[in-house]
Design a protein around this ligand. Structure first.
Ligand SMILES: NC(=O)c1ccc[n+]([C@@H]2O[C@H](COP(=O)([O-])OP(=O)(O)OC[C@H]3O[C@@H](n4cnc5c(N)ncnc54)[C@H](O)[C@@H]3O)[C@@H](O)[C@H]2O)c1
Length: 254
């Protein structure tokens, strides 16, 4: 039996990267899934590859009505909502804070923080009504420490850590666990395209310096984040709530 056998789980950002890897891991561990994204082609392809255990629904996490409808669809399609991984996010605008455009900052907060807030808000209500559930919010190592040149991202991810702790305290009495997960560099389209290619110009020296900040000596594979996410969603983590779990090869340990 898998650690998520029979569990009904909603995942946002499931078309790509860590969300996709977690969808595949959760299905392999026995979960039934409602996958959400704004990349409809990619999301539908992930659901199709998983097969009968997964379906796809278009959902922009910044749209409260769409988020509420996706939570309702999870319950109507799967009978309940045992777990939720709010993984949708963007790297967004980079640059020192003195040069950061307000619209870029607002977009980061809108997707990476407000999106997680909206998902948590509607999921926690449904789970409290059931008397059980596990919500996992995607933060980052940048939710635990500063990261020069990315203050919008850092602010959003610190916000995710904070809202998850507050929600954990609010809903523990109703049997709902709320945690956040904090990966460092993980090889996904976001990192390969938006960070390495667009921001760092594929400069081997800069990429090597980022790699060297990981005591474990390499970047993460999305599967390694997915394993931790599946565990946090499962009953194996039944005494874990309010934590911000670093899955970062030692990046934030120093
Ligand atoms: N890759 C890393 O190194 C890393 C490290 C720490 C945290 N994270 C976080 O993990 C999450 C996933 O990142 P990834 O690296 O897998 O990136 P990714 O770009 O591969 O996947 C992100 C997914 O989110 C979706 N998405 C974006 N905006 C959305 C919206 N408004 N509504 C619904 N879906 C939306 C995208 O379409 C995409 O499918 C992000 O929150 C990111 O900040 C990533």
């Amino acid at each position: 039996m898998g650690i998520l056998e029979g569990k009904a789980v909603m995942i946002t950002g499931a078309a790509s990267g860590i969300g996709r890897a977690t969808a595949e891991e959760a299905a392999a561990e026995g979960a039934r899934l409602l996958l959400c994204d704004v990349d409809d082609e990619g999301g539908a392809a992930v659901a199709a590859a998983i097969g009968g255990a997964a379906s796809y629904r278009s959902c922009d996490v910044t749209d409260e009505a769409a988020v509420e409808a996706a939570v309702a669809a999870t319950i109507s399609e799967l009978g309940r909502i045992d777990g939720a991984f709010n993984c949708a996010g963007i790297l967004g605008v980079l640059g020192n804070i003195g040069e950061l455009p307000l619209d870029g900052w607002k977009r980061l907060i809108e997707v990476d923080l407000n999106g997680v807030f909206l998902c948590t808000k509607h999921q926690v209500n449904a789970m409290a009504e059931q008397g059980s559930g596990s919500i996992l919010n995607m933060a980052s190592a940048a939710g635990l420490i500063g990261w020069p040149g990315a203050s919008g991202y850092v602010a959003a991810k610190h916000g995710v850590v904070g809202l998850s702790k507050a929600a954990a305290l609010e809903y523990a009495p109703q049997g709902v666990r709320v945690n956040s997960i904090c990966p460092s560099y993980t090889i996904t389209p976001m990192v390969e395209k938006d960070l390495f290619e667009d921001a760092l110009g594929n400069d081997e020296e800069l990429i090597g310096a980022a790699r060297a900040n990981h005591p474990i000596g390499r970047f993460a594979d999305p599967q390694e984040i997915a394993s931790a996410a599946a565990w946090l969603l499962s009953d194996k983590a039944s005494f874990v709530t309010g934590t911000a779990m670093a899955v970062d090869g030692g990046y934030t340990a120093p």
